[in-house]
Write a protein that binds this ligand. Structure first.
Ligand code: IPE
Ligand code: IPE
Ligand code: MG
Length: 255
């Protein structure tokens, strides 16, 4: 974490620049209604649309959504299959709409494990929206924080071995530049719905100084009002980045 970490943390209205969400509770939402878990995932996609719309309206710069973790392959194959189909059909339906709304799509995670058709659809969505300048929408799919750090380190090593990079020192900046979120601000606000209070291998490196917000609300029930409440909670917090509260309030008294 660099010394100037407190600079430009939020947008002008105090909103977080980057919101990262673990969208949890789809299965329980469905089970409570005696429905198959998959209908919970479908309902979850409807919430995604509402949350994306809200972030566009509020001028949030980056929204990261955890859609499928590297550990989620451990679920029953039928659920994994349905999730892959839902990912594909959602991309098919939404890419043009994202594009019209000036949203830039970025999928992070180990895409090599997806079917060639899904990989191609992801690449198409990213390419079509790459020049958009509004919200950056990050979908984390087959993503794990451990994978991200290993992958970044591997890329650094490959560059050293092939002579593209000459260094004997691994710096934080060097790792950051090779993470899947390179060039984007780190999350200011982390939200997890569904009641669990854990990070489940999401953006481990990037969450170093993020504000955490946990809510028991299940993801399909989470709406624009719920996100508004999370943002209000964020705005009430004092981020200190290692400094004292007095230093944050009176920067000129720092020395
Ligand atoms: C989150 O909802 C979505 C994915 C992990 C794909 P869950 O499916 O984990 O829902 P619960 O936790 O079982 O309720
Ligand atoms: C985390 O949710 C991953 C996603 C929301 C995609 P899980 O429901 O899989 O998390 P754990 O395994 O219960 O921690
Ligand atoms: Mg869950």
């Amino acid at each position: 974490m660099s010394d100037d970490a407190s600079i430009e943390l939020t947008t002008d209205n105090g909103n977080p620049r980057h919101i990262a969400i673990i969208m949890d509770g789809n299965g329980r939402w469905a089970q409570k209604r005696l429905l198959p878990r998959f209908l919970g995932h479908q309902a979850g996609v409807r919430t995604v649309r509402k949350i994306v719309d809200y972030c566009v309206k509020e001028n949030i710069k980056v929204l990261s959504l955890f859609a499928f973790s590297s550990e989620n392959w451990r679920r029953p194959p039928a659920e994994v299959n349905l999730l892959m189909k839902l990912f594909m059909s959602t991309l098919q339906k939404e890419i043009d709409k994202l594009d019209r709304n000036n949203i830039k799509l970025l999928c992070i995670g180990n895409k090599a494990d997806f079917s060639p058709a899904l990989q191609a659809k992801i690449a198409e969505g990213e390419a079509q929206t790459t020049h958009n300048t509004g919200l950056t929408l990050i979908i984390a799919a087959n993503y794990g924080g451990h994978w991200d750090i290993c992958h970044a380190t591997q890329q650094v090593l490959d560059k050293i071995l092939t002579g593209q990079l000459v260094t004997g020192i691994i710096t934080e900046q060097l790792i950051e530049q090779h993470l899947s979120t390179a060039g984007l601000p780190e999350p200011d606000l982390f939200i997890r719905t569904g009641g669990e209070q854990r990070v489940s291998n999401f953006l481990l490196w990037q969450l170093a100084y993020t504000e955490f917000y946990f809510t028991p609300t299940l993801w399909p029930d989470f709406g624009q009002e719920s996100l508004g409440e999370a943002i209000e909670s964020f705005k009430r917090r004092q981020r200190r980045f290692g400094q004292t509260g007095e230093q944050v309030l009176h920067p000129s008294h720092s020395s």
